[in-house]
Design a binder for this molecule. Structure first.
Ligand code: KIV
Length: 281
């Protein structure tokens, strides 16, 4: 059954945890979808984990469309949410609706995600009014890394915690169908989760959220360099890849690969005739 904005809201109501994972390509989307994940996020984190940038800021609409199309082709049942990249919605309500529309129409996503609270409510409302489900994103919103002065836990003092609760309520009022809470204290995430009718999906926001999301490279041991404290490693796919690639190099160098079973053969009469013709030249 295809997961939708309505089914994930239903999961909050029934108390069934929502599972979300990032994917950026067809193969990963097929695997995650086949495992029964509820939702796939084509995150703008692709700028860092797929394209090698230091932040998500350089990611373009064309990057997001390219990866969203691939994921949409692989996600048969998962609810596909595509991130709106930096400056694709902050600039105007018109830009927000136009770019959200492209991610749905050209990318094949079922919803878009954008970062921010009160300051983007007009954009959220206009996108929702265009019949496009919107997922909000609060807390450590990576597109604001320069304003935050780094990737830091958010909402630790009273004023900022209160603002996050108010922002979550405003996003809900603007029509968002869910909200990602990134890198905030677990107790604050629990209050927001209790206050909202729409589901909270946490990443570094504790166990009381209605669901969890992780960047797949982090949870599969594929991340190059630092992984955040909240990113539990569920498997070491990186080690398996390194082992497989090292074996391939070794066997190729030793002419042990390809073996008979990996090789096509020809009718020997054809080969003999070719050889004869060539030697007669
Ligand atoms: O871009 C992304 O992958 C995200 C998740 C970290 C929630 O926004």
């Amino acid at each position: 059954m295809k997961n939708t904005a309505a089914t994930i809201i239903g999961q909050k109501q029934s108390g069934e945890k929502i599972t979300m994972l990032t994917a950026y390509d067809y193969t990963t989307a097929c695997i995650a979808d086949g495992c029964g994940i509820n939702s796939i996020l084509v995150g703008d984190s692709l700028g860092m984990v797929m394209l090698g940038y230091d932040t998500t800021l350089p990611v373009t609409m064309e990057d997001m469309l390219h990866h969203t199309k691939a994921v949409s082709r692989g996600a048969k049942n998962a609810f596909v949410v595509a991130d709106m990249p930096f400056m694709s919605y902050q600039t105007s309500v018109y830009d927000a609706v136009t770019n959200a529309g492209r991610l749905i129409k050209e990318g094949g996503a079922q919803a878009v995600k954008l970062e921010g609270g009160a300051e983007v409510c007009e954009q959220i409302k206009a996108i929702v009014d265009s019949s496009i489900p919107v997922v909000g994103h609060l807390g450590l919103t990576p597109q604001s890394v320069n304003a935050f002065g780094g990737f830091k836990v958010q909402g630790k003092d009273y004023e900022r915690a209160k603002r996050l609760i108010e922002d979550a309520l405003k996003i809900q009022r603007a029509g968002a169908c869910a909200v990602v809470l990134e890198c905030i204290p677990a107790e604050l995430a629990a209050i927001i989760t209790e206050q909202l009718m729409i589901p909270t999906i946490g990443i570094g926001a504790g166990a009381h959220c209605d669901g969890q999301v992780l960047v797949y490279q982090d949870m599969l041991g594929l991340t190059q360099g630092h992984t955040p404290k909240f990113a539990k490693q569920f498997a070491d796919v990186g080690a398996l890849m390194r082992q497989g690639i090292a074996e391939y190099i070794e066997q190729t160098r030793a002419s042990a690969f390809p073996a008979e079973e990996h090789t096509y053969s020809s009718d020997m009469q054809v080969i003999e005739r070719l050889k004869k013709e060539l030697s007669a030249r």
